[in-house]
Design a protein around this ligand. Structure first.
Ligand SMILES: [Zn+2]
Length: 281
């Protein structure tokens, strides 16, 4: 198996490799059962992974989003103007042929998701599965256009922890989540962490950013959702949170644990706010 070589042309690669390079810390920790299974399956498998940039133009995460970072650190990394970023979704063709969309971007008037999918030859009705990392608006915003479902055939998956926690929130706060989940309720599936989903994707617990935040494992690649908002800053400083992290202590612990897991298993990482090497325009 070789997701990295296979994905040579993939737009996620620069960020994934940037991450792999910093992981000189690879120990000999025992591989997880989930990893062993994915690796075995992947020996005959290829995953086609495309980062679809939803935002138009370039995006910098503002320095103010990272109040835990000292000015000296920001200066040393030349990040005074912000941290290179994106709002992205991922389109994946699994080894078994399943077509899977991971998150949907903002759904803003200038969102590029549908154009990006079209460039891959994918119509909204081609999306068989939609896997959500969490339920923030920049991840589920593209699921509805007004009151209309954008992906009419998609079976939608989210973690049970994420869904149930959002449903406990005040009405005003959960309004978008509730409306969106209601629109897809006939196709909504709630999973437990550790479950293997259609296509052979494994859902890993990575809570903290939100109560049920999920990282997805595709063979040797992790799609990490919002584990990091500023790659250039957090890849070496996982102890730094973005203000968006709802539970900072849990977010830090998840960031460190998932980064160690990737390092131990020689895996690449990409995420919804990793900078896109080249945007789909
Ligand atoms: Zn986000």
């Amino acid at each position: 198996m070789n997701i990295r070589n296979h994905a040579t042309g993939g737009r996620w690669m620069a960020a994934a490799l940037a991450f792999a390079m910093l992981c000189g810390c690879g120990g000999q920790a025992k591989k997880s059962d989930a990893f062993e299974a994915a690796e075995a399956e992947d020996s005959v498998a290829t995953w086609d992974v495309e980062q679809i940039k939803d935002n138009a133009g370039d995006k910098l995460m503002p320095r103010a989003l990272f109040p835990d970072a000292s000015d000296a650190l920001i200066d040393s990394l030349s990040l005074q103007d912000g941290v290179p970023s994106s709002v992205s979704a991922f389109w994946v063709e699994a080894p078994d042929g399943s077509g899977i969309l991971f998150d949907t971007g903002l759904g803003a008037p200038d969102s590029r998701l549908l154009k990006g999918l079209e460039a891959e030859g994918v119509a909204p009705s081609d999306v068989e599965y939609l896997y959500l990392t969490h339920l923030h608006g920049d991840h589920i915003g593209g699921m509805l256009r007004g009151d209309t479902v954008v992906f009419p055939r998609a079976e939608v998956y989210a973690s049970r922890a994420e869904y149930e926690d959002w449903m406990q929130m005040p009405a005003e706060r959960k309004a978008q989540v509730e409306k969106t989940m209601e629109a897809y309720k006939a196709h909504l599936h709630l999973f437990e962490f550790g479950d293997t989903l259609p296509g052979g994707v494994v859902a890993l617990e990575a809570v903290g950013h939100t109560p049920g935040h999920t990282v997805y494992q595709l063979g040797k690649l992790l799609i990490v959702g919002d584990l990091m908002h500023g790659l250039a800053l957090q890849k070496d400083h996982p102890e730094i949170c973005a203000t968006y992290d709802m539970d900072k202590a849990a977010a830090i612990a998840s960031r460190k644990r998932i980064m160690q897991y990737a390092s131990d298993n020689d895996m690449g990482m990409t995420g919804m706010h990793f900078p896109a090497e080249e945007g789909v325009e």
